[in-house]
Design a protein around this ligand. Structure first.
Ligand code: HEC
Length: 166
């Protein structure tokens, strides 16, 4: 076989191997188990008002924007003392998603407005499900993701009230 062809084959094999590895990584990310285990984060942001949202579903700029506006947090004053705020922000930043979550050039403040979330939910969840009193809105992740409190969003834990229509 001529050497150029041989080199081409080798390169092609390398590309296939790299693609397979990348696939293995994304399959792992596909477990949809996210870290939500920071005690102060769970206590301040994941107990009384809503569950602990996975830091990985917003990027660091989004978390800085959320944590920079706690005095006007979706209609509530959710201010924290500076030390608690800094500790929680550090956890959020170090576990933030790498995918850009800006929308129209501004950091998204809600997971449910990010393109990725909309892609995963818009088709699968009919509008009437969101009107149910046991669901109310997409912010209520635990209505459909039964293990959301532990950061587990895997498919086996999904039960959509009223049925899941594909
Ligand atoms: C009304 C029900 C409902 C609510 C509320 C809801 N989800 Fe989902 N979610 C679904 C369904 C159904 C799917 C499956 C989509 C698919 O796999 O096709 C899904 C998929 C996902 C996935 C991908 C899982 C996978 O295996 O593909 C993630 C991550 C996720 N949701 C996060 C969230 C977060 C975070 C919230 C709250 C901010 C939330 N969801 C609120 C119904 C819901």
């Amino acid at each position: 076989m001529n050497p150029a062809r041989n080199a081409f084959r080798l390169a092609a094999m390398y590309v296939i191997a790299a693609a397979t590895t990348a696939h293995a990584f994304s399959a792992h990310a596909g477990d949809h188990a996210y870290r939500v285990d920071h005690p102060a984060y769970r206590q301040e942001c994941g107990t009384s008002c809503h569950l602990p949202y996975p830091p990985a579903l917003l990027d660091a700029a989004s978390w800085r924007a959320v944590m920079g506006g706690l005095d006007k947090h979706f209609g509530t004053d959710a201010s924290l003392d500076p030390a608690a705020r800094a500790g929680i922000l550090a956890f959020l930043e170090s576990n933030a998603g790498r995918r850009d979550t800006s929308v129209n050039g501004r950091p998204a403040l809600r997971i449910s407005e990010t393109p990725r979330f909309l892609k995963e939910h818009r088709k699968e969840v009919p509008a009437e499900v969101l009107r149910r009193p046991d669901v109310k809105s997409f912010a209520n992740c635990g209505a459909c993701h039964k293990a959301a409190d532990t950061g587990d969003y895997s498919e086996r834990g999904i039960r959509v009230p009223g049925g899941w229509f594909r």
